[in-house]
Design a binder for this molecule. Structure first.
Ligand code: WT7
Length: 650
């Protein structure tokens, strides 16, 4: 045996304590400080949250911090505020007036710096534009934009006039726009000709045009010219952003709205085919996003913060627009793809602007690992001091690579667990306090009473799996599913009375850390984005050749989960490779490219129970393991699964 010493490789599950250097400057510098404040926040939530909310601008103080009649919360009842004043006006009228709010880079390399003073004028102008076009308080405005500063301007302008924005991710197709328009009842759309992605213009206005051929309620479409791409303008309906703002005043009074005034609706997938409009309101939502940015990202005046999400997702709402701006931070915003022109783009941006806090998703990290270490190695990333992760559990390999190759071994990583519904981060390390283990989002944020329950509602023991729940209301929580209070109650509050069910399975280790296992419902997590299996199934069934479809997830190295679909054709159609391609594209057309099945199998029949329910559990096992070992006693016809098994084995 050789006695030669080898370099010890760090165990994948090593505990990483924050450095003294980081802790000494952090707002929460130790576990003792975390525990003390956490205790107060749970025992006296009104005291804790009032202190946080007081750091925002209020036009009228609240009379009661929380009015809670489960499942209905009113936070900062009686208070009046204009969300825009905390995010923009107060910075624009103080010492941050000429500070960069947004440093934007377009994919082709064009750059813009927008100061808080400028942002204030832009938002005021666009608020005047919206009002001139008839938008009033509580009206819904659908925003379908690329990642340009005007997307944030449009959202803030809605907030300023009390209108409710509904941002639809630019990757969604026209059918998705129609569903959301019909549900939200929006009468104005803000869009652009298109946006740049991987060297090409992704058209947006034509997708809106297509949607509007089937949906008559929209009176006005405001179009930003981003790419000089030719678009059809419909007279009487469509106007150019630049024409409208050219004549608009840069002065606009920010009227105060009730703390519970609706701020936005954002649609997300559930276990039925119909996306849910998650409704968030003003005072509580802003308090939650503000406070989590302050403590979890430890935001400072000299930070350069960059969140790589798209404004079309909740991360873009909470951690590009509202939270960071309420903190008056400088942030980077980037329009395009991470690999345009190559996988060095992000690291080039970090170096160029001296990014200090960087927030991205595990799926992106895995793509960077695959692309090669030479991309980050070619750039000076020494400005970074803190890294964040969101969207799905981060696998220890990705955590360690992120820590070493991006964070230079010195940056804490905050693995942040939250949801569209929660509005802000609920479980995460505090970077100067919490010892981190790769793969766990660690401990609840202040005021968050998280627990893991069994079916009977008892807390499970350490190491046991159960359902992740939140037992106390928190300010940025969902208020309703837009227009469907019953579905709201049923979806989130009916498993255990008065307790919020997240829909995630989880377990805690002996140190109390939360390990998120994944969704418990028929929802997939593809590249950190939620996709309902029912939505994809209904998209497939809407094709004339399809009689029936079943969709399940299977593990995927890059995306976390991939979409596997089984399709039974009508007897009038025959199986062919061309049809497989057509069906994939059809899903892309109905929902958007992210929902296209990765695997598509023709199935002569689907495995069903005797009562006719599709047994997705068996299909899942089949795509994950290639065989069935689970219980098949309820299966109506064993031959169906045998046939599929031999088909997949080919
Ligand atoms: C679902 C919420 C929150 C913004 C992005 C997704 C999963 C999210 C984590 C994490 C493990 C995570 C959960 C959750 N998820 N973050 N850090 N660790 N899982 O928002 O589309 O509302 O999805 O994403 O399953 O329920 P969303």
């Amino acid at each position: 045996m050789s006695s030669k010493k080898t370099t010890p490789t760090r165990a994948l599950d090593a505990v990483h304590k924050p450095s003294k250097e980081f802790s000494s400057k952090a707002r929460i510098p130790s576990m003792a400080a975390y525990k003390k404040l956490y205790k107060e926040s749970i025992e006296k939530p009104a005291v804790f949250w009032a202190r946080e909310a007081k750091e925002l601008v209020w036009q009228k103080p609240w009379s009661k911090v929380l009015n809670w009649k489960a499942p209905n919360a009113k936070w900062f009842e009686g208070g009046k505020l204009n969300v825009c004043e905390s995010c923009v006006d107060r910075h624009a009228t103080g010492p941050r007036k000429n500070k960069a709010a947004i440093i934007w880079e377009g994919e082709p390399g064009d750059k813009r710096v927008i100061t808080y003073g400028q942002l204030h004028k832009d938002v005021c102008r666009f608020a005047n534009v919206l009002q001139k076009n008839g938008v009033k308080s509580k009206d819904r405005v659908l925003i379908y934009m690329p990642m340009v500063p005007e997307a944030a301007v449009a959202m803030l302008a809605c907030a300023r006039i009390g209108a409710v924005h509904n941002v639809v991710f630019g990757g969604f197709a026209s059918e998705a726009i129609i569903d959301r328009l019909e549900d939200s009842g929006a009468s104005v759309i803000v869009t652009a000709d298109g946006g740049w992605r991987r060297g090409k213009v992704v058209p947006l206005k034509p997708v809106v045009d297509e949607a509007l051929t089937k949906c008559g309620q929209v009176k006005r479409v405001i179009v930003l010219n981003r790419c000089n791409h030719e678009v059809q303008m419909q007279p009487d309906r469509d106007v150019w952003w630049h024409d409208e703002v050219a004549n608009a005043s840069s002065k606009h009074t920010a009227k105060g709205f009730d703390s519970e005034h609706p701020l936005f609706v954002l649609y997300t997938s559930g276990s039925t085919g119909k996306p849910k409009g998650i409704l968030h309101t003003s005072g509580g939502y802003l308090t939650g996003t503000y406070s989590t940015c302050k403590y979890i990202f430890d935001m400072r005046d000299d930070d350069v913060y960059w969140c790589t999400a798209d404004v079309g997702w909740i991360t873009g709402h909470s951690y590009i627009v509202y939270g960071p701006l309420a903190n008056g931070v400088t942030q980077v915003m980037y329009e395009g793809a991470p690999n345009a022109p190559d996988f060095g783009r992000f690291w080039k941006i970090v170096e160029e602007y001296g990014v200090t806090i960087f927030y991205t998703a595990p799926t992106a990290i895995r793509a960077f690992i695959k692309a090669g270490n030479h991309f980050p190695a070619a750039h000076d990333l020494s400005s970074l001091r803190l890294l964040g992760s969101v969207g799905e559990p981060i696998n220890p390999e990705a955590w360690n690579w992120y820590h070493e190759h991006i964070g230079g071994g010195r940056c804490p990583i905050v693995d942040t667990w939250w949801q569209t519904e929660t509005g802000s981060i609920l479980i995460s390390p505090l970077p100067g306090a919490t010892p981190c283990k790769p793969g766990t989002a660690t401990l609840p944020f202040f005021g968050i009473d998280a627990a893991i329950l069994d079916d009977a509602g008892n807390e499970v023991k350490a190491g046991q799996d159960g359902r992740l729940v939140i037992r106390k209301p928190w300010p940025s929580m969902i208020r309703s599913i837009y227009g469907d209070k019953e579905r709201y109650k049923k979806t989130y509050w009916s498993d255990y009375p008065g307790i919020y069910t997240a829909g995630d399975g989880a377990r805690r280790d002996k140190d109390g850390n939360f390990w998120i296992i994944g969704r418990l419902d028929d929802v997939l997590n593809v590249s950190g984005h939620r996709l309902g299996t029912a939505e994809i199934e209904s998209a497939l069934v809407s094709h004339p050749a399809v009689a029936e479809a079943a969709v399940v997830g299977r593990p995927d190295e890059m995306k976390g989960q991939a979409v596997a679909a089984f399709v039974t054709l009508k007897s009038t159609h025959t199986e062919s490779d061309a049809l497989l391609i057509e069906l994939r594209n059809h899903v892309g057309k109905v929902i958007g490219a992210i929902a296209k099945p990765d695997d598509l199998h023709f199935a002569p029949a689907l495995p069903k129970t005797r009562s006719g329910k599709i047994m997705r559990r068996l299909l899942k096992e089949l795509v994950c393991t290639g065989k069935i070992s689970g219980n098949i006693t309820t299966l109506e016809d064993v031959k169906v699964i045998e046939a599929l098994q031999s088909k997949l084995a080919k």
